[in-house]
Write a protein that binds this ligand. Structure first.
Ligand SMILES: [Zn+2]
Length: 331
C-alpha cells in the first residue's frame, strides 16, 4: 500500500461533466437511454481518473460523473424517492428537480460498489469514495413517508451504512461522508444532534484502516465549531479558500484537536478564475499557522462541478504546484 506524502492532495468529490452527459441526465430516468448514459459516465470517470493521476493528485475521486445530484442519485437509486414533477430551484442541484421520499428503500444499497470497482480497476493511485450523509439526504428533499425528520435521517443512515459496509469490504480505505446541510442548521442544536447520531451509526465498528472524511460547504464552519467535532470523522474538509482569515481565529479559542485532520480548501469552487500558484501557496502557509503539517490535507473548497473543465484542471494543476513548493520547504 502506497505511503502518502506530507500534505496529501485530494479533491472533494464532484468534477465537471461533459456537456452532453450533463444535458442527458436532466431527463427523467425513464426517458434516459441507459446504455448510452452508462457508457458516457464510464468514459467521463475514466477520463477524470487519468487526468487527476497525470496532475499528481495523491488520492483520486471519480468525479461523481454518474450522479444527477448528491441527493437524488441515492434516493432514486435506493427506490425510496420520486422526482417532484413541479420543479424547484434547490441548493444541491441546478436542474430544478427535487426528490420526494415516498417509501422505504426497495432496491439494493450498493450503488457505489460497482463504481468503486470500476475506478479501482483503472487507477494506480489511492481512491476516496464520497457518499452523501443521511442528514443532508433528508434535509434537502421532501419527505412524505417518515413520521418525523429524525426517523427519516436514521433510516437514511442505515442505507448509507449498508453502502459503506459494501465499500469497506471491497477495500475502500478513504471514505467521505458529505454533510453540507449540517452547517445550515447551526442555530438548531437538536438537528445537529440528529446529524451526529446518523453519522455515528454509519461509522460504528468500521476498521481502523479506514479514514473517514466529512465535508461541509458554505464556509460557515465557525457557526458549528467546536460542535462539529462530535461528528465521528477523522478529517474535516472545509471551504477555507474564500473564508476571511479572521474566521480562523475561532481556532485560537478552541484549538483544533491534534488527533483530527483538516482538509483545507485552497481554491474557490464557484469562481472560474484560476488562482495563481503563489496565491494558493500563501493559503497553505496560512493553514500551517493553525494546523500541524501532519494534520493537513490539501483540496479545493468544494466539488469543482460548476466551473468549466479547463478551469477545474488549471486550478488543480496550480494546487499541486503550490503544495509541492510547500512540501519542499518542509522537508
Ligand atoms: Zn462543498
Amino acid at each position: 500500500m502506497s505511503q502518502l506524502p506530507i500534505l496529501p492532495i485530494s479533491s472533494i468529490g464532484s468534477l465537471p461533466k461533459p456537456p452532453d452527459l450533463f444535458q442527458a441526465e436532466m431527463a427523467p430516468l425513464e426517458q434516459q437511454d441507459r446504455a448510452w448514459m452508462r457508457q458516457a459516465q464510464e468514459t467521463a470517470v475514466a477520463d477524470w481518473l487519468a487526468t487527476q493521476e497525470s496532475l499528481g493528485i495523491d488520492v483520486l475521486v471519480d468525479g461523481e460523473q454518474y450522479r444527477r445530484s448528491i441527493t437524488t442519485y441515492f434516493l432514486e437509486g435506493w427506490g425510496c424517492a420520486d422526482i417532484d414533477p413541479d420543479a424547484v430551484w434547490v441548493l444541491d442541484n441546478m436542474y430544478g428537480q427535487r426528490a420526494v421520499i415516498k417509501r422505504p428503500a426497495t432496491e439494493s444499497r450498493t450503488l457505489l460498489l460497482d463504481w468503486y470497482q470500476f475506478a479501482a480497476a483503472r487507477a494506480q493511485s489511492e481512491l476516496k469514495v464520497t457518499v452523501t450523509g443521511p442528514y443532508t439526504l433528508r434535509d434537502w428533499v421532501f419527505d412524505l413517508h417518515y413520521p418525523d425528520r429524525a426517523a427519516a435521517v436514521l433510516a437514511m443512515a442505515e442505507y448509507v451504512r449498508e453502502e459503506v459496509q459494501a465499500l469497506v469490504a471491497a477495500g475502500v480505505r478513504y471514505l467521505q461522508i458529505d454533510e453540507p446541510a449540517f452547517v445550515t442548521r447551526y442555530d438548531q442544536p437538536a438537528e445537529l444532534d440528529v446529524a451526529i447520531e446518523g453519522m455515528r451509526r454509519i461509522c460504528a465498528g468500521l476498521p481502523e484502516h479506514v479514514t473517514i472524511f466529512t465535508h461541509m460547504c458554505y464556509g460557515a464552519f465557525h457557526e458549528v465549531y467546536p460542535k462539529m467535532l462530535e461528528l465521528p470523522a477523522q478529517v474535516f474538509c472545509l471551504e477555507l479558500a474564500h473564508v476571511a482569515p479572521e474566521m480562523l481565529d475561532i481556532l485560537r479559542q478552541h484549538p483544533f484537536p491534534a488527533d483530527r485532520g483538516m482538509g483545507y480548501g485552497v481554491v474557490d469552487a464557484q469562481d472560474p478564475r484560476v488562482e495563481s500558484v503563489e496565491e494558493i501557496e500563501a493559503r497553505i502557509r496560512l493553514a500551517l499557522e493553525y494546523f500541524a503539517p501532519e494534520q493537513l490535507w490539501i483540496n479545493p473548497d468544494c466539488g469543482l462541478q460548476v466551473v468549466p473543465r479547463e478551469s477545474a484542471v488549471a486550478k488543480l494543476e496550480n494546487l499541486v504546484a503550490a503544495t509541492h513548493r510547500v512540501r519542499q520547504s518542509l522537508a
